[in-house]
Design a protein around this ligand. Structure first.
Ligand code: HEM
Length: 408
């Protein structure tokens, strides 16, 4: 096993500026690192991260979420295991696929995207991060839950605090305190709404969660509140980064942008390649239940393991020319990219595979399609080179663009 000194530290400014060179060093010569500051073992190779996520031998748990997210959300599905997890999954998953997604929520997605674009479509300029990406998925979730539009800004603030808490690898006490405050504020806001909704069920996601029952099991008010809190972060921040990144990647590769503009059925390909090349979530943790030997050495039982998705997705053992963004690559399977049979690791794999993957796909398909229609000659603002920001989650900091407005 290697020590952290041999590669740039994951908490260093140079890593934050560009983690990809460090990922290469880790994969090649330090595939298992004991990282003192986060008190975790870092793994970076595709085969190791895949193995930890799939966990076929039952060697890993998600107990790390007890300290990683329970303080902000309460206890969520991510922490559950075994039958308890399977039942909870069965309670919530139907709302995010199939007819619920198609019939109830596609119109919500289309409306929310259009509203945001209407605010800038006639101006010829926008920042796709602040004017669109950071608002769209949060507005969609709030609207799906059937919450008041007037509260969207509050939701945006809460989710920013929650994400900062999750990415607070260096343990900044102010960030911790803000995350814990959010838990209190969110509970005060949400619990009365849940009680009221149980009395007056409607057609929205919150009503579905209140009424859902599997094998005689239902979710308590506290369960639903925690799940809604998780949805804000898990469904907001991630899709936000994904939309900004797909545009940043396409704008940097104008010929691929032109191909997607001409043939919108390429959007899922561009999204899948974006998830591989620039995943919104760069690291996910697990806890070892037993001693486990991976390609770079042995991890003791009871250790925290940091899985570097961003490194694994660029492993040359898995993808040819992994540092090339190429929506046409033939070694990334688009048809399975949004299911637990995916080969990229951006949604994790195994039992906790992202429940919202198809919702995210629908948001990206609709959002990119509408934005391309509204911005025919889309280009980056003069001289602007989109820089990525973030270590735990990562995406473009800003994306100022120019375009000729379409005549009304
Ligand atoms: C591009 C967008 C997205 C990315 C990259 C992403 C990423 C992930 C990842 C990596 C996990 C696994 C966490 C783990 O195994 O520890 C996960 C789980 C989850 N995601 Fe997503 N996500 C996205 C969109 C969404 C959306 C839109 C929703 C819902 C509104 C959502 C809800 C969830 C939930 C509830 C889980 C927990 C599943 C479980 O524990 O069984 N995600 N997501």
């Amino acid at each position: 096993m290697s020590t952290a000194q041999q590669v740039p530290d994951i908490l260093s400014p140079e890593f934050a500026a560009d983690p990809y060179p460090a990922y290469r060093v880790m994969r090649e010569s330090a595939p298992l690192i004991w990282h003192e500051a986060t008190r975790s073992y870092i793994v970076s190779r595709y085969e190791d991260v895949e193995r930890v996520f799939k966990d076929k031998a039952g060697q890993f748990t998600t107990e790390n979420y007890d300290w990683q997210i329970e303080p902000v959300h309460g206890k969520t599905i991510l922490q559950l295991s075994g039958r308890e997890h399977a039942v909870r999954r069965a309670l919530v998953a139907p709302a995010f696929r199939g007819t619920d997604l198609q019939e109830k929520f596609l119109p919500v997605i289309e409306r929310n995207s259009r509203e945001l674009i209407d605010a800038f479509r006639h101006t010829g300029s926008a920042d796709l991060v602040t004017d669109y990406a950071t608002r769209f998925p949060v507005n969609v979730i709030a609207d799906m839950l059937g919450l008041d539009k007037a509260d969207h800004a509050r939701f945006h603030r809460w989710y920013t605090a929650v994400i900062a808490f999750l990415g607070n690898l260096s343990g900044d006490p102010e960030v911790t305190a803000a995350g814990e405050r959010t838990r209190v504020e969110f509970a005060e806001y949400m619990l009365p709404i849940i009680r009221e909704r149980r009395e007056n069920l409607g057609d929205d996601l919150l009503s579905t969660l209140c009424a859902a029952e599997v094998d005689g099991v239902r979710m308590s008010d506290e369960d639903i509140k925690a799940f809604c809190s998780l949805l804000l972060a898990a469904g907001g921040e991630t899709t936000d980064k994904a939309i900004a990144s797909i545009f940043a990647n396409l704008l940097r590769h104008p010929e691929q942008l032109a191909a997607v503009r001409a043939d919108r059925s390429l959007i899922p390909r561009a999204f899948a390649e974006t998830l591989r090349y620039t995943p919104p979530v760069h690291m996910i943790m697990r806890q070892s239940a037993t001693e486990v030997t991976l390609s770079g050495g042995t991890i003791p039982a009871g250790a925290t393991v940091t899985c570097l998705i961003g490194a694994a997705n660029r492993d040359p053992e898995r993808y040819r020319g992994p540092d090339r963004f190429d929506i046409h690559r033939d070694d990334l399977t688009t048809t399975t990219a949004f299911s637990a049979a995916a080969d990229h690791l951006a949604f994790a794999l195994g039992r906790h595979f992202c429940v919202g993957a198809l919702l995210a796909k629908a948001e990206v398909e609709i959002g990119v399609d509408q934005l391309l229609d509204a911005m025919p000659d889309l280009r980056l603002a003069d001289g602007f080179d989109p820089a990525e920001q973030g270590v735990f989650t990562r995406g473009p900091q800003a994306l100022p663009v120019r375009f000729t407005p379409v005549a009304a």
